[in-house]
Write a protein that binds this ligand. Structure first.
Ligand SMILES: C[S@@+](CC[C@H](N)C(=O)[O-])C[C@H]1O[C@@H](n2cnc3c(N)ncnc32)[C@H](O)[C@@H]1O
Length: 251
C-alpha cells in the first residue's frame, strides 16, 4: 500500500516538476548525469577522468582515426563520450546502445547535443538487473563488419555466461576484420567458472547480478573459442571497481 502511495506521489511530482532523473549537470562544457549508477563516480572530475583513463589504456592498442566507428554496448549515460570529448579524440561515428530506456532517453536529450556523429539506440533486452520488462535478448541492429571498436565497460559484470556468449557472437559479426573488443569484467583465478554475487567478494552485493565473477581461463576461452584473439588481460586494472580489462581482436 505504502509502495503504491509513494509511486502515485512520485508520478504527480514528475508531472508537475519534471523527472529529476532526466536533468543534467552542466560541468565545464560537459553534460553529466545527476543520478549515477557507477560506483564511486559522484565527483564530476573523477567521473570524467574514469573515462579518460580507459581511453588512454585502450589507445595503447587501438588507434582512433577520423573514420573510426565505435559501438559502446551498455553505454549507460554516455560516460565514454564525455571522455572522448574531453580528450578531443577523433572518431567517425559513435553508437551507444542500452537496454535501460531512461538512460538512452537521457543520452538522446543531452549527449547528442555534442554533434551528429553521436547516436543512441534503445535495445530492450532482458537483464535481471536492468530490464526485467522483456523476456529475450536482442540481436544488434547493425550490418556485419561495421565497427572498428566495440567497448563494454561494466556490462559483462552484470550478465551470466549464456548472455555473454550471445553477445560475443554478435560482436564478432558486427566488428570489422581486426576490429577490437574492449571489455571490463570481474575475473579471478581459482574460482568457479561463473558465479552471481559471490559471498565475501568485494563487499556486499545489492540485488540481482550486482557482481558476476568469472574464472580467468573459462572467461578468456569464451572469446578465444568464438573468433577472437585475446591480446591483453589486465587483472583488476580498473582500481575503483577491481574489474579486469580484456582487449581482444577479431580474427
Ligand atoms: C554498470 S552500467 C555501465 C554503464 C556504462 N557502460 C558506463 O561505463 O558508465 C551497465 C549497463 O549495461 C546495460 N546493459 C545490461 N545488459 C544489457 C543488454 N543485454 N543490452 C544492452 N545494455 C545492457 C545496463 O542497462 C547498464 O546501463
Amino acid at each position: 500500500m505504502r509502495k503504491i502511495l509513494r509511486r502515485i506521489i512520485n508520478r504527480v511530482k514528475i508531472t508537475f516538476l519534471g523527472d529529476p532523473k532526466m536533468k543534467a549537470i552542466t560541468y565545464k562544457e560537459f553534460y553529466l548525469p545527476t543520478f549515477r549508477e557507477n560506483q564511486g563516480l559522484s565527483d564530476n572530475e573523477v567521473y570524467l577522468q574514469s573515462a579518460v583513463e580507459q581511453i588512454n589504456h585502450l589507445s595503447e592498442y587501438f588507434d582512433f582515426y577520423e573514420s573510426s566507428s565505435i559501438l559502446d554496448f551498455g553505454c549507460g549515460q554516455g560516460r565514454l563520450v564525455n571522455g572522448l570529448k574531453l580528450m578531443r579524440t577523433q572518431f567517425g561515428s559513435y553508437f551507444g546502445v542500452d537496454t535501460h530506456y531512461k538512460s538512452i532517453k537521457w543520452c538522446n536529450k543531452w549527449i547528442t547535443k555534442y554533434g551528429t556523429k553521436i547516436k543512441f539506440i534503445h535495445l530492450p533486452a532482458f537483464n535481471a538487473r536492468y530490464n526485467r520488462g522483456v523476456e529475450t535478448l536482442q540481436q544488434l541492429p547493425f550490418e556485419k563488419n561495421s565497427f572498428d571498436l566495440v567497448f563494454l565497460n561494466s556490462v559483462f559484470s552484470h550478465m551470466l555466461t549464456d548472455d555473454v556468449l550471445f553477445y560475443i557472437e554478435e560482436f564478432q559479426a558486427v566488428l570489422k576484420a581486426n576490429g577490437i573488443l574492449y571489455v571490463t569484467a570481474f575475473v579471478e583465478e581459482k574460482v568457479p567458472d561463473c558465479e552471481e554475487n559471490p559471498k565475501n567478494y568485494l563487499g556486499e552485493s545489492v540485488g540481482k547480478l550486482h557482481r558476476v565473477r568469472f574464472e580467468k581461463q573459462f572467461f578468456l576461452n569464451l572469446f578465444e573459442e568464438n573468433g577472437f584473439k585475446v591480446e591483453i588481460f589486465a587483472p583488476q586494472h580498473i582500481s575503483r571497481t577491481k574489474q579486469s580489462v580484456i582487449i581482444a581482436r577479431k580474427i
